[in-house]
Design a binder for this molecule. Structure first.
Ligand code: GLC
Ligand code: CA
Length: 557
């Protein structure tokens, strides 16, 4: 008998929208809020409960909205506050909820606070950001930014440096200043009072800077790491508990932290004691599995079954009874999951997309679906640097290719595998020009396979990835075991099959997934294991799983 406490945000399936690439309503090539509002029925049909929109606030778009210049205004390209109100109303009218992105580790350098802060050492906003004197004629310490280069930018006017863990147009806020915390918390309450239903908290694990000491330098790396001073610190946990008391506890919200770290960190951020957040995103099965060289994510390292399974099994079991988690493989910072973990060749794309969906939706944790995932959308595989739009790509090019350290062909291959723009191409709505995303010129190229892979075709085809996702979501809504059942790893050494069991009140659910393009022996794939709830194959071979076959078998003891 599971003792798990019930909550709507545990039962929810969340759909992430990257607004710039979702739907353009006015032909300027950029997705917008009215575009979202126009497609709410599609999301309702899919069956999701919550929509998380990546940032829609005023922004100069150095990092596509993750650089905010006004937290209480809508980005002009996306529409107006009236458009927002209409979108929120439309979401609520359909019984869905809205989660906003909270980007408060940093602002844009064009935010009024920073414009003031930069005016000089005695400006009242100086201490809203992190300013330091240089050391030995250079930056205050050796930290590198997440987007390449130093994490410090020199400001000639005042002769000091400011900290930016991301791009130089994203100066870090100084959370140690109580006025910063007051300002952020007021802003959060303002949005909650407008009726939103939660926050996804951007790099929330980095808000509590504890010191500014040089960090360790990995062999071959150009900069030191800020992690020991900035990630998962006691100070961050203190700020989150304060946020909980002063804001979150006054509303009924879904809160999810972009936190990463290990399971011990996740258990602190999202403990069942409710002192901080509802849940976090872990990155061990996405970012960390990929980072193996001094180039960070830029590598040929794949995502082998043995590694992914070991990580996910550990997260599923470690959190059980201690913390709530999330289940995801895709978002706007990751490549497309079917290209990364599955097989996006025409022969296996659909089967492997459904197999991965089965795995994610049958796990414990709130499920996050990233726009287009429900269609089995693939990586963009751009051939030329000109096709990219992401600041991360351009900064890495400067650091590694223009300096002559890395051959352009290697870098372009790694970009094709892992760059964020792979998942930021326009949503593929139909087979008309530009995939029905815009009547103008899209801000980023449409992936040519939209002629075969698009929402209109998949909604029409009962056998599509879309309808398979719809069924998976419905199963979660109908059966408490999918949400609250315990997780038990099975066949942990199998070379081809990812398998696990869920258990609740004498029921068991056995989930079997073949991760390979070869038939796999699997004794559990048999009627004696249970009655079939869902599968991506119409027929089976007892004792085996076909290539990329997934089956979910239910049994009452
Ligand atoms: C998070 C966001 C990413 C952004 C970064 C800086 O990782 O998901 O898109 O670039 O934070 O805000
Ligand atoms: Ca537009």
């Amino acid at each position: 008998m599971s003792m798990e406490k019930h909550a709507w945000w545990k039962e929810a399936v969340v759909y992430q929208i990257y607004p710039r690439s979702f739907a353009d309503s006015n032909g300027d090539g950029i997705g917008d809020l009215n575009g979202i509002t126009a497609h709410l029925d599609y999301l309702k049909q899919l069956g999701v409960d919550v929509i998380w929109v990546s940032p829609i606030y005023a922004s100069p778009n150095d990092d596509n909205g993750y650089d905010i210049s006004d937290y209480r205004a809508i980005m002009a390209e996306f529409g107006t506050m009236e458009d927002f109100d209409r979108m929120l109303e439309g979401i609520h009218a359909r019984g869905m909820k809205l989660v906003m992105d909270l980007v408060a580790n940093h602002t844009s350098d064009e935010h009024a606070w920073f414009v003031e802060s930069r005016k000089g050492r005695d400006n009242p906003y100086r201490d809203f950001y992190i300013w330091r004197d240089g050391k030995d004629g250079g930056a205050p310490n050796n930290w590198g930014s997440c987007f390449s280069g130093s994490a410090w930018e020199y400001d000639a006017a005042s002769g000091q440096y400011y900290l930016h863990l991301f791009s130089r147009k994203q100066p870090d806020l100084n959370w140690a200043n109580p006025k910063v915390r007051d300002a952020v918390f007021d802003m959060m309450k303002w949005w909650c009072d407008k009726g939103i239903d939660g926050f996804r908290m951007d790099v929330i694990s980095m808000i509590g800077k504890e010191n500014y000491d040089d960090g360790p330098v990995a062999p071959g790396a150009l900069y030191g790491s800020f992690i020991p001073s900035c990630q998962h610190t006691e100070t961050t946990h203190r700020y989150l508990r304060e946020m909980r008391r002063r804001v979150l506890d006054r509303y009924d919200l879904l809160t999810v932290g972009e936190a990463g770290g290990g399971t011990a960190d996740a258990i602190r951020y999202s403990s069942v004691d409710g002192s901080e957040l509802n849940m976090t995103f872990g990155f061990e099965h996405t970012d960390d599995i990929n980072d193996h060289t001094e180039l960070g994510k830029w590598s040929d390292h794949g995502s082998p079954l043995a590694e992914v399974r070991a990580v996910l099994n550990r997260w599923q079991t470690d959190l059980q009874g201690k913390a709530w988690g999330t289940s995801y493989m895709s978002n706007h910072d990751q490549p497309r999951q079917v290209s990364r973990f599955g097989n996006d060749s025409p022969l296996w794309r659909e089967k492997s997309a459904k197999m991965l969906g089965t795995l994610l939706h049958m796990m414990r944790g709130t499920v996050f679906v990233y726009q287009g995932e429900e269609l089995g959308m693939t990586n963009a595989y751009f051939k030329s640097l000109d096709d990219y739009r992401d600041v991360e790509v351009f900064n890495a090019w400067k650091q590694w290719v223009e300096s002559g350290r890395i051959h352009p062909q290697d870098m372009l291959r790694w970009y094709g595998r892992i760059a964020r723009d792979n998942a930021r191409t326009p949503m593929q709505w139909d087979a008309s020009a530009n995939a029905g995303f815009t009547t103008g010129t899209p801000w980023i190229r449409v992936t040519p396979n939209y002629l075969e892979i698009n929402a209109e075709a998949e909604v029409r085809d009962p056998d599509s990835v879309f309808h398979y996702y719809r069924k998976l979501i419905a199963l979660r809504h109908r059966h408490p075991i999918v949400v609250y059942g315990d997780y038990v790893p099975l066949l942990t050494d199998d070379p081809q099959v990812y398998a696990f069991r869920r258990e609740l009140d004498g029921e068991t659910l056995t989930v079997l997934c073949n991760w390979t393009d070869r038939t796999a022996p699997c004794a559990l794939s048999d009627e004696s294991t249970g009655e079939e709830w869902i599968s991506n194959y119409p027929e089976h071979k007892p004792g085996f799983l076909f290539p990329y076959e997934a089956r979910v078998l239910w049994k009452k003891a």
